[in-house]
Design a binder for this molecule. Structure first.
Ligand SMILES: Nc1ncnc2c1ncn2[C@@H]1O[C@H](COP(=O)(O)OP(=O)(O)O)[C@@H](O)[C@H]1O
Ligand SMILES: [Mg+2]
Length: 606
């Protein structure tokens, strides 16, 4: 660890204050939990005092003299109170834990909804998942169990030390002298153990991924004939795993043995220095022995907790950083004032949208990109027109529609909707007027019908049926076991990409959008379905502005205007006829694809 890392780790330890606002809601519960924890450890300490009393007064003097019943009542009473306190403090801790988890997750989820596209492009699903699920759960358990156990163990140490000092300060100091020594020993072992466990986890994840690769890539493994090298990798990793695990068990064993040794050492001190206690006080002798042993567990816990706190600080930091991320695309306060936000839209103030789109000298760089994808780009799409955008992969076609949808904002220049800067109206206003079908459509878990209703929650069964039919999804639905009420699985995984595409097309249509965008939406369907969708497109684009990014050029011949884009610039524009006649870029692309298709047809008919 470098010096810099060390100081950062320390600083993190003090950043725990960042979750205090979340703990504030449960202030009373947490205080109650802590007080109950305090009572539990107070009774722990007191019981030893009772025992001392009993030993000193009853056993030593050999007379119970009728005081036993009183003693028993107090003793049993203390145990009952302690049991109740333990029960209630644990159940309070549990409540705090689950409630904090809920609050933290809700905060994260709500915040994620406000973030723009670019955040999700820059951060993997796995990363976000871990922030929302595992970070929050560690923070939740810190705020509940760590607080409770901390109060409990610390107060035990303080009370026990106090009592020992009060009874016999010389012996107390001698017993306590061993504490720093034990602490150092524990922390050495603990560091070793953490390191060993971390290595084991890493090896384990290597093994799992090797195993997964071996299975999911079975076909490739076979065709490459690399079975033996895959096998060797697996054997090597598992051998390493065995070795490290044995090492870890050894450390653990040593650790446990040291714990025993330490408490025995404390006992030995008491025995050795027994002349400090008068021979009449057997009870005091026993008290010192119990406390000396009882202190070991709290010390071990505290050392564990400190290293836990340091690692949890990383979770806290990542979590609070997530909440601090601001969306790249935000509505101005004036716009929110008028149109509302995603959570409280003021639809009554929304203006109708006609569907004129204009790029006015737009330059654009992706937030994490370096090169300008568009530079000084201008185009006009009058409302109701059907525009097709063609160009090679990476030409900037999807970027253009991302800007129309305001998933990103121009680095320079303006995108105008109905003649006004898109930023003058809310994102929700724009999005609720756009229907967007992507190349990789996403469905939510639930039934087909539920998915369609995301397009328009108020759609009637007849409207749903009509939309499904319009995009030729009726055949897909008919094939499904329960029709519209078939479950599509997580992310729609139970359907093929082509089927998902048709459903998402129907979903877009159901929203009756003013602007319809199809980004290579038919790339994953077969030619026959594509023809059907084509007919549907011709039907649904009437009266709407539409932008179609086509994979197969034969499908966009009827567009009002075709824009051929190359390196973020329009190189040609016009109707299919005009562009063919021009014998330029579009003509080349078209004939090349046509020849490929013909060749494929001939090849497949041979
Ligand atoms: N999220 C992104 N972040 C950074 N660069 C991007 C992103 N998306 C696309 N690009 C880059 O922008 C350029 C245009 O991409 P894109 O608009 O997706 O092309 P097309 O849709 O025509 O295939 C490409 O060079 C691509 O690498
Ligand atoms: Mg694209």
């Amino acid at each position: 660890m470098t010096q810099e890392n060390k100081t950062r780790t320390k600083l993190r330890f003090f950043g725990i204050g960042k979750i205090l606002p979340f703990m504030k809601t449960f202030k009373n519960l947490i205080i109650l939990m802590a007080v109950l924890g305090l009572i539990t450890s107070l009774i722990d300490v007191a019981i030893t005092l009772f025992q001392r009393y009993a030993l000193n007064n009853f056993v030593e003097k050999g007379s119970f003299a009728g005081r036993l019943p009183m003693y028993l009542i107090v003793y049993v009473g203390a145990i009952v109170v302690q049991t109740l306190a333990t029960y209630f403090s644990c159940s309070r801790a549990m409540t705090v834990e689950v409630s904090m988890n809920r609050d933290l997750r809700q905060a994260a989820f709500t915040h994620l909804q406000t973030l723009s596209f670019s955040y999700f492009n820059q951060n993997s699903v796995g990363y976000i998942h871990a922030r929302v699920l595992s970070d929050t759960s560690r923070i939740g358990s810190l705020a509940s169990w760590t607080v409770m156990d901390g109060v409990w163990h610390t107060s035990y140490l303080v009370f026990a030390a106090g009592v020992m000092l009060a009874i016999n300060w010389k012996l107390a100091l001698m017993v306590m002298a061993i504490v720093p020594l034990v602490a150092v020993l524990f922390s050495v072992f603990q560091k070793k153990l953490i390191r060993a466990n971390r290595e084991i986890r890493e090896i384990n994840s290597n093994i799992t991924s090797n195993f997964n690769e071996g299975i999911t890539g079975a076909k490739t493994v076979k065709t490459l004939a690399i079975e033996s090298s895959m096998e060797k990798r697996f054997v090597d990793e598992t051998a390493k795993m065995r070795k490290r695990s044995v090492e870890a068990s050894r450390i653990r064993g040593l650790f446990a043995a040291t714990m025993n040794l330490a408490s025995s050492a404390a006992l030995a001190i008491v025995l050795w220095k027994n002349d400090l206690i008068s021979s009449e006080e057997v009870g005091t002798f026993s008290l010192f022995m119990s406390y000396a042993q009882g202190m070991m567990e709290p010390i071990r816990w505290l050392i564990d907790a400190i290293s836990d706190l340091i690692t949890t600080q990383v979770n806290i930091e990542r979590f609070t950083n997530l909440l601090a991320v601001r969306s790249d695309v935000i509505d101005s306060p004036e716009v929110i004032e008028k149109d509302g936000d995603s959570f409280e839209p003021k639809k009554e103030n929304w203006e109708p949208l006609k569907g004129d789109i204009k790029f006015d000298d737009v330059s654009f760089v992706y937030p994490d990109g370096e090169e300008e994808v568009l530079s000084h780009f201008s185009m006009t799409i009058p409302y109701g027109s059907n525009i097709a955008i063609v160009g090679e992969t990476g030409a900037g076609k999807s970027t253009l529609v991302n800007l129309v949808c305001r998933f990103y904002e121009p680095t320079q220049g303006r995108v105008l909707i109905d003649g006004r800067d898109a930023r003058e109206r809310s994102q929700l206003w724009l999005h609720s007027h756009i229907g967007y079908v992507l190349q990789n459509p996403h469905l939510f878990s639930g039934t087909v019908r539920e998915n369609l209703l995301y397009g328009n929650p108020d759609a009637t069964p007849e409207q749903i049926e009509r939309a499904v039919k319009l995009v030729s999804a009726d055949e897909v639905v008919a094939r499904l076991e329960k029709g519209l009420d078939t479950d599509v699985g997580e992310g729609g995984d139970l359907l093929s990409t082509g089927e998902k595409q048709l459903i998402s097309f129907a979903r877009a249509i159901l929203a009756d959008p003013r602007i319809l965008i199809l980004d290579e939406a038919t790339a994953s369907v077969d030619t026959i379905t594509e023809q059907k969708i084509q007919a549907a497109i011709d039907e649904v684009i009437k009266g709407r502005t539409s932008i179609v990014i086509a994979h197969r050029l034969s499908t966009i011949r009827h567009a009002d205007c075709i824009l051929a884009v190359r390196d973020g610039k329009i190189v040609e524009q016009g109707t299919h006829k005009e562009l063919i006649a021009k014998k330029g870029y579009y003509y080349d692309m078209y004939t090349r694809q046509y020849e490929d298709e013909e060749a494929a047809k001939i090849l497949s008919s041979v």
